[in-house]
Design a protein around this ligand. Structure first.
Ligand SMILES: [Zn+2]
Ligand SMILES: [Zn+2]
Length: 443
């Protein structure tokens, strides 16, 4: 029997895995059925954390989403699958302004598929049992993809097999931006349990409403017509409320850069500023306080050798000289970059004259002097030995080391040996923000 890879947390260095019942249970005997989405690092140290929903760091910028079912499981009739998927989405739409509309062709926001073993995303399924499904978070390069393991015995509403409703509702939570949680009886728990009727736990509901807000009040039937513009912007999404910055110990970051010798961490509309390893008073603060007109969240940021600060979001970029905007928004295409977005930008080398853009498994070299990438054909990010694919942020420190962030972890890269240092990844929170976290204290 072909077996899939071990869950991500089993492949981490041992010191990151606390001796919990979970790891010993996973080490022997059949693996309990579970979701294939890797658990966020915070779950590894859940014992001293508040138990609550965890965000992936992304969300959809609109509330009216489409979905499409590409292939179906053989055990169920198609209409039953359609109905179940609609029901699973409804769990989330009833407590938010989100709407979901099925489409039957073309690209949809959410693409649902039943597939087996290796299926093109480095997260192969494992035959019956074990991993049941997985989904990709918003603002990642496969956002909207939901995959179910075709080899499960899919059922609806009974515990004779794996309940599609339960698993689908869980995966849709991921697709909307929720991570796994340790909260009791939560739909977003990584382990499958048959529980009927399907309902959100208070934790699930708080999580999804944190991202998208509460449902819109239905318009009163007698409301007077407000003219032609009434209702045109119902697909717009309100700013996240409340506008309080996330805990630097709990969050992942969108972008990090050394700017004027200080370190800036970006998350959503917020920025953390570190000078000499210390968080500066008044931070986190709104990034727009420094850079007026800056969009949020930013995907990547770097400071070039002339001291110009480049920000990236989606298919656009902005350039600031200090706090003054000198360019933007400009299309990424004019830099020679096709496609949608850059995940990270790294200034590299003692002269700070090399700039690299990272996206998924690829990177490009960029010449700030000519404002073009060397070649539109990307190189494989595996050239950066030891650095994982899908990084969120990268920066260079004053000593010439590069840092690569993914989720709450980071890798330190040696410019002389040209590979990551031993002992990484480590957690960002304890090392940069002084967070108390047992995982990094085993040295
Ligand atoms: Zn999951
Ligand atoms: Zn997949």
């Amino acid at each position: 029997m072909r077996r899939g890879p071990k869950p991500w947390h089993e492949t981490l260095p041992n010191r990151l895995v606390p001796a919990t019942q979970e790891s010993s249970r996973l080490a022997s005997g059949p693996r309990p059925p579970r979701c294939g989405v890797p658990d966020p690092p915070e779950m590894l140290s859940a014992r001293n954390r508040q138990k609550r929903f965890v965000l992936s760091g992304g969300r959809w910028d609109k509330t009216d989403l489409t979905y499409r079912i590409l292939r179906f499981p053989w055990q169920l009739v198609r209409e039953q699958v359609r109905q179940t998927v609609a029901e699973a989405l409804q769990v989330w739409s009833t407590v938010t302004p989100l709407t979901f509309t099925e489409v039957h062709e073309g690209r949809a926001d959410i693409m649902i598929d039943f597939t087996r073993y290796w299926h093109g995303d480095n997260l192969p399924f494992d035959g019956p049992g074990g991993i049941l499904a997985h989904a990709f978070f918003p603002k990642t390069h496969r956002e909207g993809d939901v995959h179910f393991d075709y080899d499960e015995t899919w059922t609806v509403g009974d515990n004779q097999g794996t309940d599609l409703l339960q698993v689908a509702a869980h995966e849709f939570g991921h697709v909307l931006g929720l991570q796994h949680t340790t909260a009791a009886k939560a739909l977003m728990s990584p382990f499958y349990t048959f529980r009927y009727p399907l309902s959100l736990s208070p934790d699930d509901q708080r999580g999804i409403q944190h991202l998208y807000g509460r449902p819109r009040a239905a318009p009163a039937p007698s409301a007077p017509a407000l003219g032609p513009r009434a209702g045109v912007d119902t697909n717009e999404i309100a700013p996240l409320e409340p506008a309080t910055p996330p805990d630097a110990c709990e969050t992942s970051f969108d972008a990090v850069s050394t700017i004027r010798g200080e370190l800036f961490f970006f998350q959503g509309p917020f920025v953390w500023r570190l000078r000499g390893g210390r968080l500066q008073p008044g931070y986190p603060a709104l990034a727009s306080r420094h850079w007026q007109g800056l969009p949020s969240p930013v995907d990547a940021v770097f400071e070039d050798a002339r001291g110009h600060i480049w920000f990236f979001q989606g298919a656009q970029y902005w350039v600031y000289d200090g706090e003054r905007q000198v360019l933007g928004p400009g299309p990424l295409l004019t830099l020679g970059l096709a496609g949608s977005r850059v995940h990270a930008a790294l200034v590299w080398g003692p002269e700070k004259n090399k700039v690299y853009f990272f996206r998924g498994e690829y990177y490009w070299r960029f010449q700030p002097s000519s404002s073009r990438v060397d070649s539109p054909v990307p190189r494989r990010a595996t050239d950066w030995r030891g650095v994982p694919a899908e990084i969120d942020a990268a920066f260079q420190d004053a000593d010439g080391y590069a840092y690569f962030l993914r989720g709450r972890l980071y890798w330190k890269f040696d410019p002389v040996k040209v590979k990551t240092l031993e002992g990484f990844p480590r957690l960002v929170g304890p090392d940069f923000f002084g967070c108390v976290e047992p995982a990094n204290t085993f040295h």
